[in-house]
Write a protein that binds this ligand. Structure first.
Ligand SMILES: Nc1ncnc2c1ncn2[C@@H]1O[C@H](COP(=O)(O)OP(=O)(O)OP(=O)(O)O)[C@@H](O)[C@H]1O
Ligand SMILES: Nc1ncnc2c1ncn2[C@@H]1O[C@H](COP(=O)(O)OP(=O)(O)OP(=O)(O)O)[C@@H](O)[C@H]1O
Ligand SMILES: [Mg+2]
Ligand SMILES: [Mg+2]
Lengths: 224, 224
């Protein structure tokens, strides 16, 4: 489903160079539940962004569903992302001037889904993540955990084939965190590929496979 | 040290009313290590903001060091905050166009600390939270956990008498999280009042007292 070959990501700042990823080779099968762990700054978010086509590698190749994404221009990449990938950002990246409802609805508008179906899907997601009475609030009128749940709902709106979640329970209490994990497990059982970055061993325990990053490299792997 | 009497915070949105806090009475002694827990949306951040003089209650009274803060104008409140309180925000609230170094240095500039001493203190904090090689990075060039550590370092820069930390380990791996907790415990042993909001039972275990919020009310308390 997702194939990374010798992927490197280098940030240049003046004379300094940061190797956020350093020669990462990784295959993720369709329907797999992959967990990524590692110290702060080890490259997890960078890896997730590249897998999610939100960023291009400095070196190496990325294949999504067999397609070499370096052959796609930015517009084609955006279309692939919108139709195939649901991304939950570590810092949510919600649009501050839209409501919770509007933020979740946006990917459906881009996908050309008709209004009646959009409303049905958004309402279902608001209910699932206990956000019904916060639908009209904008991000600044939501708690940290409520914003995180809106970000998760938004990632699921287009019924993506691949879900990439960057520390999706970091701001959630145990109960809300369980709901998120149960949802990811359920989607994975329906055949959706799920990749989760986490620091939480509870969350990590749902993975078929756990890979460990350190200084931009994969340094270990555990298979259930 | 901090006294809240029947504190209520109501947000009005058109016809709707959200009671983020509902009649909270709470005393925090000098030198106490208080932990605040509760479900997502229960009012923890709101409570912390009011205790940290970043927000005023809709009803009720707030006393910091015996001083009724409703008698202070905004400029006086800002001065009290800067000299006495260190606040770690749930979403960091770093200035995006300043470096890690600059963000940590800012409260010291407001406090009128001379340049040589500012540089010494910032360097010490960068080292303590393993950010030395990220000093020149701006928030957008930092990982989530690195941003969180910059936010923590900034809160400690002015050697405050009260530290309020809103889910300070949410984006940190176990090792970095331990460092943060050890620092808070050490400061608390030196007499500093520390109040931490957390969902993590590991973090909660350092508290002298844990209070539980639900729907804007204190519903339980545990004393070690
Ligand atoms: N500006 C606002 N306008 C309207 N409602 C608000 C506003 N800010 C916060 N709220 C609501 O107040 C309630 C308490 O928010 P708060 O941020 O204190 O929760 P919290 O306990 O910190 O949650 P979390 O664990 O998710 O961070 C939430 O239900 C939130 O939707
Ligand atoms: N735009 C950038 N310019 C320079 N360095 C960057 C940039 N973005 C990220 N970095 C660096 O790349 C490294 C990897 O960052 P990344 O966000 O992938 O880490 P992470 O594993 O997700 O960390 P965390 O657990 O703290 O979220 C970090 O050391 C970070 O400072
Ligand atoms: Mg990250
Ligand atoms: Mg909060």
């Amino acid at each position: 489903m997702i194939k990374l070959e010798e992927v490197t990501k280098v940030y240049r700042m003046g004379m300094e160079e940061v190797r956020a990823l350093d020669g990462v080779t990784l295959w993720v099968d369709e329907g797999e539940m992959l967990v990524i762990m590692g110290p702060s700054g080890s490259g997890k978010s960078t890896l997730l962004h590249i897998m999610g086509c939100l960023d291009r590698p400095t070196e190496g190749k990325v294949f999504i569903d067999g397609e070499d994404i370096s052959r796609l221009n930015d517009a084609q990449l955006a279309r692939l992302r919108n139709s195939t990938i649901g991304f939950v950002f570590q810092q949510f990246n919600l649009l501050p001037r839209m409501t919770a409802f509007g933020n979740i609805e946006l990917p459906l508008i881009y996908a050309g889904i008709p209004r009646k179906e959009r409303i049905r899907r958004v309402k279902t997601l608001l209910k699932r993540f206990e956000l019904e009475d916060r639908a009209r609030h904008r991000p600044g009128q939501l708690s940290g955990g409520q914003q995180q749940r809106v970000a998760i709902a938004r990632a699921l709106a287009n019924e993506p084939k691949i879900i990439l979640a960057d520390e999706p329970t970091g701001n959630l209490d145990t109960a809300s965190g369980k709901t998120v994990i149960e949802n990811l497990v359920k989607l994975n059982k329906e055949g959706i590929t799920v990749i989760v970055v986490t620091h939480d061993p509870e969350v990590a325990s749902i993975g078929h496979r756990i890979i460990y990053l350190r200084d931009g490299k994969i340094v270990g792997e555990e298979v259930k």
